[in-house]
Design a protein around this ligand. Sequence first.
Ligand SMILES: *[C@@H]1O[C@H](CO)[C@@H](O)[C@H](O)[C@H]1NC(C)=O
Ligand SMILES: *[C@@H]1O[C@H](CO)[C@@H](O)[C@H](O)[C@H]1NC(C)=O
Ligand SMILES: *[C@@H]1O[C@H](CO)[C@@H](O)[C@H](O)[C@H]1NC(C)=O
Length: 305
Amino acid sequence: MLAFIFALFVALQFLSVFAAPAPYFKARDITALSNTDISDLSPFTQLARASYCPTAKLQGWKCGKICDSLPGFEPTLIGGDGITTQIYFVGYWPDQNTIVVSHEGTDPIHLASILTDIKITMHPLNATLFPGVSSAVLVHDGFKDQHAITAQQILAEVQSLMASKNSTSVTLVGHSLGGALAVLDALYMNINLPAGTSIKAVTYGTPRIGNAAFAQLIDEKIPDLRRINNKFDIIPTVPGRFLGYAHPHGEVHLLSTGTAISCPGSDDSTDSRCQNQSVPNVLKGNILDHLGPYVGLSIGTIFCV
Ligand SMILES: *[C@@H]1O[C@H](CO)[C@@H](O)[C@H](O)[C@H]1NC(C)=O
Ligand SMILES: *[C@@H]1O[C@H](CO)[C@@H](O)[C@H](O)[C@H]1NC(C)=O
Ligand SMILES: *[C@@H]1O[C@H](CO)[C@@H](O)[C@H](O)[C@H]1NC(C)=O
């Protein structure tokens, strides 16, 4: 596992060490999260963690402590193999009357996933899946292709649950590559579900996904986005801005246990505690912070116990 982490670290150095200034940013207020805001993240973190559990344990929601922390959750579609297709599940969360979609991310153990992550060219989104999105909006090929594999099946399940549960709320979660898939799914749901559907995305350790036009589209379409970064994690720093990548709004930076700030601007640079300045390049970061803990909860295959 350490060998894979090291290989990932070396590969990522080439992607971001010469980060150039981003094309724009929005200066807005940096605020500390209250203790309630911080503890309210916990069920979303558990849902993101669960996608790292074996699919056999997700069936019937029997994945140990993670599943026990969300009693009553009903998974209705579970798929992926964790190798060529990230594990994912769709289900109903009665506490919040919302339909949840969770995508597994890049665990260093899954080398194939890492290779997907470092495939670096950008292209427009598929117009069948994302009708009406400008061809100026560009997305990393690896993320776009991985999203397309499961997109239609997941949308059909979400539509069916919205009808059977009488819910108009959809929640997307994911960590790492799974965070990128959650943001793509948020946009995909926004475009393909009825107007008035409430869409929330909560992501952890999410890399940059696309160009500035993509980030602006997310800012506009997905106002309820929380993009949680842990301490000195290097993944949110890649791919580098010098390759034309940009982050949308919504950063929450976890500084230490019990302290977090909201950095609302895209790639916020107004505060030295936000990601852009605290991890300006991968040499200033720590890959181990990628796994967490996200307020006491680490995310990855080895943490599904
Ligand atoms: C776009 O997505 C549709 C539906 O999955 C698929 O049939 C089509 O081949 C895709 N187009 C491209 C160019 O990948
Ligand atoms: C569905 O929910 C709406 C409120 O969101 C409510 O007005 C309506 O009566 C509900 N329908 C059913 C069949 O429960
Ligand atoms: C990020 O920080 C660098 C300085 O480290 C600055 O040059 C750049 O403009 C910042 N990016 C954004 C988007 O604010």
